[in-house]
Design a protein around this ligand. Structure first.
Ligand code: PEP
Ligand code: MG
Length: 571
């Protein structure tokens, strides 16, 4: 099977089927003699949740709004309805499968029915059904049932096979050590793919039918570099890929030797190679790979997979941890880029075009309390190291003024409480909307530094949804319009003496390193696993030779020619 390669390397292991994005559910056969036990396990889980909901009802404070009771009542009704309490028992028996899977099958059927409902109010009850099912699932996960096949227990040999995964799902994988993961949907710069890369395991997206065709526990080879899966390989293929896996590991080991080498070109041009991180714990990987700073901390991941919002103190601790662990090296922390494919508390995206909707700074400006809490937390952390604040998705100058007003308010509230912070903290903006790239001069005047987010810049320039696998083959970082925009922004910033970085996935693509150096970029931020390979390319490049070639590339509108020229540049 072929898909889009997301993260390189080779994994050999057993398939573990993952279900719907919201629920990670294993599917395994339960032998006939154990079916009654499995049904009993399901019944027990229902009873536990029933008791939990009843208990919650007794704990409602007297002054709580009446809706609380009605809400719990509704959840109890959903739980007791035969569609959830009886149908899964029948599925367990008929399909001889585990309880979680039966519940999942029934949930999917119900959700399909909900989608057909015309009444808006009733359609929205879908979320309640999901919440109730999730409660039951949680109980089931905690209860030992019929043990799945022995080797499935060893995470390191497991290849997660999913139809779709949200960034919130994948970030949870960080707590595991799976060998690899593959999905049917997704694009190469979707946030799901980005988090996958940070897991540093081979992964592939856009496989279309993998989830349907691959069976639980089947042996798989995942070639994350080529984007190829081999299902149930013969001994010859297995031996060949074991050899390739070994070679890949040797390459990685060799690269490790560059960890402490300065990233300078053959003609002594210094390049700052920084890391992108999603959670404070990613710092370890960044340091291991010799990152000289954090160019992008995607703080929105602190907001996912939880029922409440992280408060100012919790955020402060997280930001301070990063700043401290980077030990005086620069750390650029981005204000949350929530909305679109990263929704708080698993909410479904609203609006017809979520990527064009209330996202990133737009959401921040519409939620001042949440934004201010984050700004205060960042400012407080700035006292402990070198911290810059980065604002995502800027489109207009009034947005910058409004954001700056909030920064001033956050500073004032800290001053009033005598809480220390770095008064020279730099405020930067992300250039990821074509309008901002074209009107860059106005942005330069208002910000201390800029960073180009090519993942979104490409999405918006080419009108390609970065999460949509059906158009991912059209997603092209080498489109002349994209190159022109990036080069234009870099040139304008360099002319004005304004620091400019690039932190989209292009920064970590070693085939593009020389091109970006030729544009005049001297700071690239990428996921840690890419740092050493990019450094190796920097060390073998000569800017003086690159610049004229890149100039010619910018002048050609012919994609074929451009690719030939790129190959020559990388020779
Ligand atoms: C980008 O858009 O290039 C970027 C770095 O931000 P994100 O991938 O988080 O949208
Ligand atoms: Mg972006």
């Amino acid at each position: 099977m072929h898909g889009i390669p997301v993260s390189g390397g080779i994994a050999i292991g057993h398939a573990h089927l993952v279900s719907h994005a919201r629920l990670e559910v294993a599917h395994y056969a339960v032998p006939a003699p154990q079916i009654d036990e499995e049904v009993a396990r399901f019944d027990m889980a229902l009873q536990t949740v029933r008791a939990e909901l009843e208990e919650l009802r007794t704990q409602i404070p007297l002054n709580a709004p009446q809706e609380f009771d009605a809400f719990l009542n509704l959840h109890l009704m959903i739980l007791n309805d035969a569609t959830l309490s009886t149908a899964p028992r029948e599925i367990i028996a008929a399909a001889q499968c585990n309880a979680e899977w039966a519940l999942k099958v029934q949930l999917d059927a119900l959700l399909d029915q909900f989608d057909q409902i015309e009444d808006g109010y009733l359609r929205e009850r879908k979320a309640d059904v999901i919440q109730v099912v999730e409660r039951v699932m949680k109980v089931l996960f905690g209860q030992p049932g019929y043990a799945p096949p022995a080797n499935a227990g060893d995470e390191k040999n497991l290849i997660m096979v999913a139809h779709d995964l949200s960034p919130a799902d994948v970030i949870q994988f960080k707590q595991h050590q799976f060998a690899s993961f593959i999905t049917d949907l997704g694009g190469t710069t979707s946030h799901t793919a980005i988090v996958a890369r940070s897991l540093n395991i081979p992964s592939i997206v856009a496989l279309h039918h993998a989830r349907q065709l691959i069976r639980e526990n089947e042996l798989l080879i995942v070639d994350g570099t080529q984007g190829v899966i081999i299902v149930d390989p013969d001994p010859q293929a297995l031996a060949e890929y074991k050899l390739r896996q070994h070679q890949w590991e040797l390459e990685r080991k060799k690269l490790k030797r560059l960890r402490n080498t300065r990233a300078t070109t053959l003609d002594e041009v210094e390049v700052k190679l920084h890391a992108n991180i999603e959670l404070p714990d990613d710092i370890a990987g960044a340091r291991e790979n010799g990152a000289m700073g954090i160019g992008l901390f995607r703080t929105e991941f602190l907001f996912l997979n939880r029922d409440n919002l992280p408060g100012e103190d919790e955020q402060f601790e997280a930001y301070r941890q990063v700043v401290r662990e980077m030990d005086g090296l620069p750390v650029t922390i981005r204000t949350y880029d929530l909305g679109a494919d990263k929704q708080i508390n698993g909410a479904v995206s609203t609006g017809t075009n979520p990527a064009l909707g209330l996202r990133a700074i737009r959401l921040s400006l519409s939620e001042p309390q949440m934004f201010l809490a984050q700004l205060r937390a960042m400012l407080r952390a700035s006292h402990y190291g070198k911290l810059g604040i980065l604002i995502p998705m800027l489109m207009s100058l009034p947005e910058i003024s409004q954001a700056m007003n909030y920064v001033a308010l956050a500073k004032k509230s800290l001053e009033d409480r005598f809480i220390p912070f770095d008064r020279t903290v730099q405020i930067g903006g992300m250039i990821e909307i074509p309008a901002a790239a074209l009107a860059i001069n106005g942005f330069i005047d208002k910000l201390d530094f800029l960073s180009i987010g090519t993942n979104d810049l490409i999405q918006y320039t080419l009108a390609i949804d970065r999460t949509d696998d059906t158009v991912s083959h059209l997603y092209d970082p080498l489109h002349p319009a994209v190159l022109t925009l990036v080069a234009h922004v870099v040139k304008a910033c360099n002319k004005a003496g304004k620091p400019i970085a690039l932190c989209g996935e292009m920064a970590g693509d070693v085939e593009l390193t020389r091109l970006l150096l030729g544009f005049g970029l001297r700071e690239l931020s990428m996921h840690p696993a890419r740092l050493l390979e990019v450094k190796q390319r920097v060390l073998t490049s000569k800017v003086r030779d690159i610049v004229p070639q890149v100039g010619k590339m910018l002048r050609t509108g012919d994609p074929e020619k451009l690719r030939t020229m790129l190959a020559r540049l990388n020779d």
